[in-house]
Design a protein around this ligand. Sequence first.
Ligand SMILES: Cc1cc2nc3c(=O)[nH]c(=O)nc-3n(C[C@H](O)[C@H](O)[C@H](O)COP(=O)(O)OP(=O)(O)OC[C@H]3O[C@@H](n4cnc5c(N)ncnc54)[C@H](O)[C@@H]3O)c2cc1C
Length: 419
Amino acid sequence: MYDLIVIGGGPAGLAGACAAWEAGLRRILIVERDRELGGILNQCIHNGFGLHYFKEELTGPEYAGRFIEMLRDTGVEVRLDTMVLEVTDQRKVHMVGKDTGYRVEEAKSILLAMGCRERTRGAIAIPGTRPAGIFTAGAAQRYVNMEGWLPGKRVVILGSGDIGLIMARRMTLEGAKVLACVEVMPYSGGLNRNIVQCLHDYDIPLYLSHTVTDIRGVNRVEQVVVSQVDDRRQPIPGTEMVFDCDTLLLSVGLIPENELTRQAGIAIDPRTNGAVVWENMETSLPGVFASGNVAHVHDLVDFVTAESQRAGTAAARYVLEGEAAEGDALEIVNGDGVSYTVPQHVRPGRVEKACDLFFRVNRVCGPSRIKVTSGDKQIAAFSRDYLAPGEMEHILLPRKLLDGASETLCVSIEEVESE
Ligand SMILES: Cc1cc2nc3c(=O)[nH]c(=O)nc-3n(C[C@H](O)[C@H](O)[C@H](O)COP(=O)(O)OP(=O)(O)OC[C@H]3O[C@@H](n4cnc5c(N)ncnc54)[C@H](O)[C@@H]3O)c2cc1C
């Protein structure tokens, strides 16, 4: 019987396993379906990772490498080329591996760290023919950065999330011509720094409030039609632009990989598409924790690391100290301007100094106040100059504020006049 089984060897799984080892667990197993540890970071060869955590700018593989190095100093067991097929509510983990075959392992605790996958053409139903040359941006990134293939020469990118923006620059650097980045919303879904460094610096036009309305081509993509959309995101006739291209890259959203989570009967939050979690990242199934992109989509890996360290430490506490008494719990609800919060529930009695609260806003806001209220009472407020749905927000709620709260905490956004 393992103390902890970690499912997924990306940054979330690595940080969670290291933290659990540091906190005293000794029988830890990481199960990874890929041929190496590191997760999505292995294909992110651009820099910009680790600014918060290591206070230096690293590439994705370098960032993952640091944690793989830390893991070497522990006795954590790793099974590569092994896919977890099922997790039961009794914490039995069914897996199949290249060398080990089908195995069922038992664990006192589990960390779900399976990351997320990309939305495909089918998920957003783009009309047109079905030629070759349509890739998700992450798949194209893997081809270019890991397998050594350039997927096309004249490219249109749909979606201005970070993966799309990064790939606009990457394809340009590899000699392709990126004709346009097209975004259905009136604002970009990516980090501001990526818009500047990946589009503006290479004169790649960004068409906001536009979408792809037709794909043409028989064997290979030949043309992509882009139209402007109205307030209800419906294409406006007469605004069509035709791009002669051989490739369409899709960067239209990420979906947390929660098939195993659902199957285990763990409660899912429809707003995050991840498990509903407590302040220590424990799910509705005691002893099962979730962190990283499987819990909610992150834009910065540093936050994935910090969150997963919390989850790993909490798993160790669960195993070594046993299940703690429930205590009073607060539900966190979304107020005006907030689309989700993680965690969704807090037990103030289990918060040491402060509770990390992550959330996303549902519209672009100028100078704003983030308000936290309990009943009619405002218990905390934080100022921001700018808020956007593409950038995850983080606030810290000190324990003493939580002790004074009752039943619910509401997080909302109030735009304020700029001075
Ligand atoms: C293109 C791109 C660019 C990015 N750029 C930046 C950046 O510049 N700066 C930054 O800080 N962050 C960036 N990020 C974000 C950061 O990389 C992610 O937030 C982080 O990698 C998420 O870590 P994770 O461990 O949760 O998921 P992942 O890295 O996806 O790891 C999940 C792992 O779980 C494994 N797995 C899944 N299911 C199973 C199963 N059933 N059995 C076994 N194994 C399984 C997968 O194979 C994978 O290795 C970027 C992300 C992408 C995709």
